[in-house]
Design a protein around this ligand. Structure first.
Ligand SMILES: Nc1ncnc2c1ncn2[C@@H]1O[C@H](COP(=O)(O)OP(=O)(O)OP(=O)(O)O)[C@@H](O)[C@H]1O
Ligand SMILES: [Mg+2]
Length: 251
């Protein structure tokens, strides 16, 4: 479903070149649930942006559902759903349900299919209480649920999430995690998420990737991750060790 082959992305900032992502290779099969960790500035969001075609790689190859995201962005949009936790893709001044209707029109989703999908999402994400409110009046947790629904209205095969639990309280977080787990297990949607919340990784992800300085520093199961630091008992300790050794190696 997702394939990166030595993908890289650099930016020219004045005279300097910033290598945000370098030589990144991995594949994610249909139906997988993968979590991506990495310190601030590691290249996670840049990777996500290449996957949905917002950014073109400056080297290597990226494929999602067999498509080159930056060249086939419109076709890919039918197969992929994207949520940026830090930034809404909804219309600020419109009631949530009007945003959904606009998305239906943009994606040309069949009215009947849309209705049943929206009913299902309204139920599972508990959108009923605030679907009539303009997005700017929603709390962060409500807005995040709205964004999730918006990304899933067209029933994509793959869902990519950049920090979907950022700023959420423990109950909202549990609700979103439960929703994502079921989406993956019951509907077979492939999920890739980035997070700084290690609870997301522990509770959701069968596979963990760690990106550091734009490179893949680890890829394996949570058990494999824990085994990289024998004697360290919590995931916080293991990840702290990986982030600090990564910084030393890069120096
Ligand atoms: N548009 C841009 N122009 C210049 N540099 C950029 C741009 N976007 C990202 N970068 C740089 O690329 C690097 C990776 O950024 P990115 O946003 O991918 O990190 P991240 O892993 O998502 O970090 P965080 O955990 O803080 O969200 C950083 O050094 C950042 O400053
Ligand atoms: Mg980021």
């Amino acid at each position: 479903m997702i394939e990166l082959d030595r993908a890289g992305r650099s930016f020219k900032v004045r005279r300097e070149v910033v290598h945000a992502v370098r030589d990144l290779s991995f594949t994610i099969a249909a139906g997988e649930f993968v979590g991506c960790l990495g310190p601030n500035g590691a290249g996670k969001s840049t990777t996500i942006k290449m996957l949905c075609g917002i950014l073109t790689p400056t080297s290597g190859r990226v494929r999602v559902a067999g498509l080159d995201p930056s060249r086939r962005r419109t076709t890919l949009a039918r197969r992929i759903g994207v949520v940026f936790g830090q930034r809404t893709t909804l219309w600020w001044d419109l009631p949530l349900r009007d945003s959904f209707e606009l998305i239906r029109l943009l994606y040309n989703v069949d009215r009947v299919a849309y209705r049943s999908r929206l009913d299902e999402l309204t139920e599972t994400l508990g959108l009923g209480d605030f679907a009539a409110k303009p997005v700017r009046q929603l709390s962060l947790g409500q807005r995040m649920r709205g964004d999730l629904a918006a990304a899933l209205l067209h029933a994509p095969d793959v869902l990519v999430l950049d920090e979907p639990t950022i700023g959420l309280d423990v109950v909202s977080k549990a609700g979103i995690r439960d929703f994502l787990r079921r989406l993956n297990s019951e509907q077979g949607t492939t999920v890739l998420l980035t997070t700084h919340d290690l609870g997301d990784i522990e509770r959701l992800c069968r596979r963990v990737m760690l990106i550091d300085h734009g490179r893949l520093a680890f890829d394996g199961t949570l058990d494999d991750l824990m085994a990289t630091a024998p004697g360290r008992s919590t995931i916080e300790e293991v990840v702290t060790r990986l982030y600090t050794t990564g910084r030393e190696t890069a120096r």
